[in-house]
Structures are given as C-alpha cells and as structure tokens.
Design a binder for this molecule. Structure first.
Ligand SMILES: Nc1nc2c(ncn2[C@@H]2O[C@H](COP(=O)(O)OP(=O)(O)OP(=O)(O)O)[C@@H](O)[C@H]2O)c(=O)[nH]1
Length: 449
C-alpha cells in the first residue's frame, strides 16, 4: 500500500484528530503527516511525505525514539515515550508562536500490520499544559511539605516546651496557677492544690479567689478587678484558707496577663509563694513595736504618733479630737497588799474593760504604770465627752476578780479637746494630765489631801 492508497476516511480522521499522527511505511518513509503536525512542525505534508522522519524534520530525532521506530518496523514492537523522560523529542512548536521553545511531548509508537509487513504509527500529544500543571502541583506539594515539616517541627518544639513547663510546674516549690478572664481556675500545680486543699476536678468551676480569707477578700477582689481592667500585673499579700484543715496561710500572689497573638487579654498566669512564717513574725514584731506587752493595748509611742496624725487631719477638716488621761486611784495599795502579780491582773482587766466600753477607732494606750491615755479621734460634740468619761467610770466600778479576791478600782480622769483646749499634741497631753491631777485631788478624802 502506498501513501495515495490510504483510504480517504483515514485521512479525514487524521485531519480532525487533536494529536500529531505520522505513518511510516515498511521502508520508514512518511506516508501520512496530518494537519496537527503541519501546524506544530510548520512543515507541509507534501514536503514530508516520502521522506524518513530525520529528513522530513530536517533534524536529528531523539535516538531512543529512532530506535523505537526501527524496532516497530522490524519486530512489530510498541513503545511509549513518557514526556517525563523524553520531554521534547521532535522539533514541534505551539502554532502561532515563534519557534523558540519546543512543546512538551508524549509519544506513542505502535505497529500497523500492512500486507504481512509492519508499518509504524507515531502519535504525538502536546502535553505542555499538563507538564506545566504537574510542575505547579509539584511546587505546591513541595511548599505544602515544607509547611507541614515546619508545623511538625513547631509541634515538636511546643511539645518539648510543654513537657518542660509541666516538669518545672511539678517540681516548683511555689504554687503556679492559670485563670481565664473571669478569674476561673484553668490550671494549678500540685503545690497550689496542697496550699489550698483542693482537687483537680474543680478546675474551671471555681475562682482563684474562692479560698481567700474573708478579712482579705474585698481588698483582693478590688485589686484584682483593677489589674484586669488595666491589663496590668497583680501582686498582693493575702491569707488563704486551707479547705481541709481550716488553717490560714499567708501567701504572696503575683500574676501577669496572658495575651493572645492579636494582643487581646485571655487570662492570667501567676505564682503563689508561702510567706506564712515570715509574715507572722513580721506582724508579731510590728505588734510588739506598738503594743504594751502586759495589757495588749497600744503603747505610749503609738499613742503619740496617732495623736499627731489625728491633729493633722483635724486641722484640715472639722473633726473634733479629744484626749483622756486616766490614772488609777491607790493602785499602789493593790500591789502592796495583794502583790505585783495581782496588780498586773488588775491592769489587764482595766485594759479589757476600756476596750469593751470604747469604740473600735478610739485609741487606748497604756502610758506607763497605772496610767492609760485614750484618744477619741472625733467627738460628736463637746457634751459627748462627759458621757464617755462617765461610761468609763461605770465600766471600772464593777469589782475585778483577782486571785479569789474582789478588787474595786476607781480612776482619776482628765480631758482636753482640740483645738479649744490646746492646739498641739504635747499641749493636749499636758492639759489632760494636769486635769487628771486636779480630778485626783478632788477625789481624795479630805484627811489625805
Ligand atoms: N503590778 C504592776 N504595778 C505597776 C506596774 N507599773 C507600775 N506599777 C505600780 O503602780 C503604782 C503606781 O503608783 P502611783 O500611781 O503613784 O500610785 P497610786 O497608788 O495609784 O496613787 P494615786 O495615783 O495617787 O492614787 C506603783 O506602785 C508602781 O510600782 C506594772 O506593770 N505592774
């Protein structure tokens, strides 16, 4: 069969199909060169027919394709040349574009049995777009792999730092806790749990402040709300109550804001340090410095500094401070008759009665020996002073039980009011003292005067 003997429908089919078709006869000469090929090679079928593919293309054909063609013609074998291995075996170019870059090609070579011999059908597909997409997919997949590797490295890092944190938190000698924006507990280490006697099941259900002792609660809640509002750190000393034992523990709580990537506050992370022993001894020291050891009321130094402070306030406001100087009458007799120990008990009883009788913001101090000074920071009126004095006298009238005996004490009392009587601390003290002596003299039996 010759080229002009190819049935017309084959030609028609070859013209319409969207792949390149070349048919070579047994001698390796072109008998069919379809339209697709004319467009992609810029070589007319009339110029190619009757020539070998080398001559027709006027170019060296990829050696493995040439061998493939030979094997098909001689032995009837089929071959597929993947575009991945032989990307551009033939000089073919995108129609309408300059002949610069060959298109990517996929080539199938298969035998055609003609009159007992083998012809060769070469099918060429343009896979440029396919290759481009494959390339794109490969790049995207590489990028994705890189990202995944990155994420997995970050996860490993996160896991390690989480492990590190867990271990640190477990071994930490201080309590560590985390709360959300509402102060609800999200995490706490074992140390924290032991401090407040809590279990892990209560996470997310209770506020971190739920174990704060009643005396401190209002102060702590105010300080906490202020910190949250300002997104600032929190640092306070407070008392926690151990739920199991009911005992009170002094702690220092410090917490810093936790912020999300966009900078929004998500909660707080903090530490709780047990400062109980230090705090208790500091309080004891503080008390010792301002209290009278025997009676527990304030000492002379504290009274004097309070008096100065109250006067300073009174100068700026219309408060009416007053001072009472109180000296027990014939106290020496108690000491002499019943002993010093009995005298001590009487002094303690007097202090207790003064505390019970006066208001909590009145300052009661033992000035020395059997002298007590009382600072009333703000009298309602001058008249109320006489009422306070009479209340004290009544409180002291009841007999005091001292070592199976009953002792009755009386006191001489002198009073001075700021600023009417004196306008300084010293002046008030002197005047109240003088008036106390006047009172004492007036109260003495006539014969002993
Ligand atoms: N038990 C005891 N007695 C004390 C203490 N400090 C001082 N005294 C005694 O208190 C007495 C106070 O003496 P005065 O106020 O002068 O004597 P008084 O008997 O109260 O006489 P008048 O005040 O004039 O009525 C002295 O005997 C002191 O020894 C103390 O801490 N304990």
């Amino acid at each position: 069969m010759k080229s002009d003997e190819i049935p017309p429908f084959v030609n028609l089919f070859a013209e319409a199909i969207d792949v390149g078709l070349i048919i070579l006869d047994q001698a390796g000469k072109v008998v069919l060169w379809n339209k697709w090929l004319e467009q992609y090679s810029r070589i007319a079928a009339s110029d190619a027919i009757g020539k070998t593919i080398h001559v027709a293309f006027d170019s060296v054909v990829e050696p493995r394709v040439a061998i493939g063609v030979r094997e098909t013609l001689d032995f009837g074998l089929s071959r597929l040349f993947s575009h991945a291995l032989h990307p551009t075996p033939f000089p073919l170019y995108t129609p309408g574009h300059p002949k610069e870059k060959r298109i990517k090609q996929s080539v199938k070579i298969r035998p055609l049995k003609v009159e007992g011999g083998n012809w060769c059908l070469i099918q060429i597909s343009d896979v440029t777009e396919l290759v481009r997409r494959e390339q794109l997919l490969r790049e995207q997949s590489r990028e994705l792999t890189d990202k995944l590797n990155h994420i997995s490295a970050a996860q490993t890092q996160l896991f390690r730092s989480e492990q590190r944190f867990k271990e640190l938190a477990r071994q930490a000698p201080v309590g560590i806790f985390e709360v959300d924006m509402d102060g609800m507990l999200q995490f706490a280490n074992d140390r924290w749990m032991t401090m407040v006697g809590m279990s892990h099941e209560q996470f997310g259900l209770i506020k971190w402040t739920s174990r704060v002792a009643g005396e401190d609660l209002a102060r702590i809640e105010t300080a906490w709300s202020a910190s949250v509002q300002l997104e600032a750190s929190f640092s306070e000393e407070l008392r926690y109550i151990d739920r199991k034992t009911g005992s009170v523990v002094w702690v220092r709580v410090e917490a810093t804001p936790l912020k999300a990537e966009r900078g929004t506050l998500t909660g707080y992370i903090g530490t709780v340090v047990d400062i109980h022993d230090v705090k208790v001894s500091a309080i004891r020291h503080e008390q010792r410095a301002i209290r009278d050891v025997l009676t527990g009321v304030y000492n002379r130094e504290y009274l004097e500094s309070s008096l100065k402070h109250v006067i300073k306030t009174a100068r700026r406001s219309d408060t009416l401070p007053a001072l009472l100087f109180l000296d027990l009458d014939r106290f020496k007799e108690i000491n002499d008759e019943l002993g010093h120990e009995a005298g001590d008990l009487v002094l303690k009883a007097v202090a207790r009665r003064l505390k019970r009788t006066l208001r909590s913001d009145d300052v009661i101090a033992r000035f020395g020996g059997d002298e007590f000074v009382i600072l009333l920071p703000d009298l309602q009126s001058k008249e109320s002073l006489a009422m306070v004095v009479s209340k004290i006298r009544v409180a002291l009238t009841l007999p005091i039980n001292v070592m199976v005996k009953h002792v009755t004490v009386e006191a001489s009392i002198g009073a001075a009011v700021f600023p009417e009587d004196a306008d300084s601390a010293l002046g008030l003290l002197r005047l109240a003292d003088e008036r106390m002596y006047t009172d004492k003299r007036a109260r003495r039996p006539v014969e002993s005067q």
